[in-house]
Ligand binder design. Structure first.
Ligand code: T5A
Length: 224
């Protein structure tokens, strides 16, 4: 599907348990009363085909294919997600908030999985095309805090997923990779201190959205 015409595309990125899902909902609750139509979605997933792939990847069944095989599966899921959820929503003028997107492939399979950056860039070009985020919020916090949050939410009965099971070095590499992405694309990315209460993080995110997408917000909330 071709480039979005009208809506705005915001992605939330970061390590495990950084608070992305929580903040995606809180941001939607800020935007909707302004008359903005919002679609909250996630990766891997966000469309029926991509949700089917999510189960395969996060169960660990695709781990034997290695980081390259997993990167290809994440990219296939992303194509379905864009075609069936993201691009149609942007075309009808909605704002899309996605809990993870292509930066997760750069960080998890690229930096932490040690894949060639050229391969990651090629996959991204094929999967994403020109459906690029207008704003990426990178939720940053110490890796042990995020992992502890994820474990507490999961409880004792449920198993950690494929990536939560990786070691501390893997998670620290991820954290640095997300910070590197923010440094390399400062116009698109903003780093948010996520080691605060959900409300404080939401305020920091809202300040950033107001600042970076001010003109779009004015247009949306202007009287007809
Ligand atoms: N992946 C994904 C790749 O390897 N490559 C890719 O290309 C893509 C797209 C997805 C996995 O797939 C990997 C990355 C992931 O490992 P997932 O289940 O969607 O798996 O996992 P995450 O995206 O990491 O999501 P989590 O649910 O673990 O974390 P969130 O969404 O960042 O955090 P959230 O909001 O669910 O919060 C976690 C817990 O903390 C609490 C919440 O109430 C919840 O209990 N919480 C806070 N507690 C204290 N203070 C705060 N500020 C809090 N905010 C939330």
């Amino acid at each position: 599907m071709s480039a979005p015409a009208k809506g705005r595309f915001i992605t939330l990125e970061g390590g495990e348990g950084a608070g992305k899902s929580t903040q995606a909902q809180l941001l939607a609750q800020r935007l909707e009363p302004m008359g903005i139509s919002v679609v909250v979605t996630r990766e891997p997933g966000g469309s029926p085909g991509a949700e089917a792939l999510r189960d395969v990847i996060l169960s660990g069944k695709a781990a034997p294919f290695g980081p390259a095989g997993e990167a290809i599966l994440f990219s296939a899921a992303r194509i379905d997600h864009i075609d069936h959820t993201i691009a149609p929503a942007l075309h009808r003028g909605a704002w899309v908030i996605s809990d993870r997107f292509a930066d997760s492939t750069r960080a998890y399979q690229g930096a932490a999985g040690k894949l060639d950056p050229a391969l990651i860039a090629s996959l991204e070009r094929v999967a994403v095309g020109d459906v690029r985020p207008d704003l990426t919020l990178i939720l940053d916090l110490p890796t042990e805090t995020g992992l502890a949050r994820a474990a507490a939410r999961r409880g004792k009965k449920e198993m950690a997923d494929r990536f939560e099971r990786e070691d501390a070095a893997f998670h620290e590499t991820l954290r640095q990779a997300f910070l590197d992405i923010a440094r390399s694309e400062p116009e698109r990315c903003a780093v948010i201190d996520a080691d605060k209460s959900p409300q404080e993080v939401a305020e920091a995110i809202w300040a950033c959205v107001r600042d970076r997408l001010a003109s779009a917000l004015q247009t949306e909330s202007a009287p007809p």
